[in-house]
Design a binder for this molecule. Structure first.
Ligand SMILES: Cc1ncc(COP(=O)(O)O)c(C=O)c1O
Length: 458
């Protein structure tokens, strides 16, 4: 198939300044065959689109049929420095040929110590910190919740409605994003309580910021601690600095500071879940920095492994556990540690925090611009390169429109733009931090066309 004979109704986006190249419909014949085999061979999980990647570089993914797609999903916020950055690839190759695994929790690695020192030096707060390495976000949540419970010897942890912290039992206890994620898994690990999340677009108390006086934070002390959640029984409060899976909801200025003040009064630890928002995505190493709050524990995963599976918990050094209380086999695996250090080096050398702020501003501004003629976009929000739009049936009633959102997702990938949904009816835009202005422009142009097509669809 030539570049101009693509899926019916989908114009070929090609030309000298165009990166997307469509040579078949998406999915093409090879992709369709693999999707069919996948359906038979793999347990059903959370598939979003029939895109079958064969290779990738930077923000570009080539699928098995030879289509080149623009990646504004970054492997679910994993590829901070883009796919296959040469420095990261070199570090992985060298380390894999030198020493891949020796069990860093039982023995010692120079590289793991170097990475822990580096991560601790980047984390908010001037206090002494320690790091525990894990293999995923859910494992980081497990470790942080266990550290809090072990230290405080209190049975309760509090989270936010809409929050997502993972799917293993302890993390799932605190995950309250979608009912399907919890259905049939009760009774979870026990001790989990949730309060409504701050959300100025859909204030749970129908108030307006700032005249609300941060009621959504104060309610923790004024109502919950007085009624259902005895504060002396609470070990920790876990929250994402920008709610990810739950819809890229940014808490209002002052919310985290007020929550931290309330927690400190009761000796309750604050866990900032930076699994999705960390590693520069918001233009700061950690999104909690935007809130001016220093958490007691920070959970990380996704981008921290430079594309390989890795997670970490950064804890106040005085929260360390007794020997033998918690451990794992692969945490801080040497190849992942090498990839992580190389990735951090790239962010520093290529000034990618700055780029995340600049390109994130461009992205948000352009999406805000196209939203003027797309009444289905009810809200544009986010920080840095962590941007989302929420789709609604009506801007006044704000009734969520998940079907329209799903159509936009489909029309986007058919045109070569890879996106992911979040929340009930939102789409997140999270290109790698290396994204260039022309790639932002191309992504928004495709999005614009996809929204028009979604509106025209029956
Ligand atoms: C904020 C947050 N915490 C935890 C997790 C769980 O991470 P993982 O899928 O690596 O277990 C995710 C995954 O999306 C996340 O976004």
């Amino acid at each position: 198939m030539s570049e101009s004979t693509v899926a019916a109704g989908v114009p070929a986006a090609s030309g000298p300044t165009r990166g997307v190249r469509l040579v078949s419909p998406i999915p093409g014949p090879r992709a369709r065959a693999i999707v069919d085999r996948d359906r038979r061979a793999l347990m059903t999980s959370t598939k979003s689109a029939p895109i079958v990647a064969a290779s990738a570089s930077g923000v570009w993914v080539t699928d098995v049929d030879g289509n080149r797609l623009l990646d504004f999903a970054a492997g679910i916020a994993v590829h901070a420095v883009g796919h296959c950055h040469p420095d990261v690839v070199r570090a992985i190759r060298e380390q894999a040929g030198t020493l891949a695994h020796f069990a860093g929790t039982d023995f010692y690695y120079d590289l793991q110590v170097t990475l822990a020192e580096k991560i601790a030096s980047l984390a908010p707060g001037t206090h002494e910190k320690k790091v525990f390495f894990t293999n995923s976000g859910t494992e980081s949540a497990e470790a942080a919740l266990k550290i809090a419970r072990w230290q405080r010897q209190r049975p309760i942890t509090i989270g936010l409605l809409g929050g997502f912290h993972g799917r293993s039992m302890g993390a799932l206890t605190m995950t309250a994003s979608k009912a399907v994620q919890r259905a049939r898994f009760a009774p979870y690990a026990g001790g989990g309580h949730h309060i409504p999340a701050p959300n100025c677009y859909r204030c749970p108390y129908q108030l307006e910021y700032p005249s609300c006086d941060l009621y959504c934070a104060k309610i923790l002390k004024e109502l919950y601690f007085e009624t259902t959640i005895p504060p002396d029984d609470v070990a920790a409060f876990i929250a994402e600095p920008v709610m990810g899976e739950g819809g890229y909801v940014v808490p209002p200025k002052g919310w985290f500071a007020e929550i931290k003040r309330i927690l400190d009064e009761q000796g309750i630890l604050l866990i900032a879940d930076e699994v999705q928002s960390g590693v520069g995505r918001t233009g700061a190493w950690f999104a909690i920095e935007h809130h001016g709050v220093v958490p007691d524990l920070v959970t990380m995963a996704k981008a921290i492994g430079g594309g390989l599976p890795m997670g970490a918990v950064i804890l106040r050094a005085d929260l360390d556990l007794a020997a033998g209380a918690h451990s794992n086999t692969f945490g801080g695996n040497l190849v992942a540690s090498a990839a992580s250090l190389a990735m951090i080096g790239v962010i520093e050398r290529e000034r990618l925090l700055e780029n995340a702020r600049t390109q994130g501003g461009r992205l948000k501004q352009q999406i805000t611009e196209i939203a003027r003629h797309h009444p289905e976009i009810g809200d544009v929000r986010g920080i840095g390169l962590m941007v989302a739009t929420e789709f609604v049936r009506d801007r006044t009633t704000k009734e969520p429109d998940p079907r329209f959102r799903d159509r936009v997702l489909e029309e986007s990938y058919k045109r070569g733009l890879i996106l992911l949904g979040c929340g009930r009816s939102s789409i997140r835009y999270i290109p790698p931090l290396i994204v260039r202005p022309e790639e932002i422009d191309e992504g928004v142009e495709i999005l614009d066309a996809a929204i028009r097509a979604a509106r025209a669809a029956p």
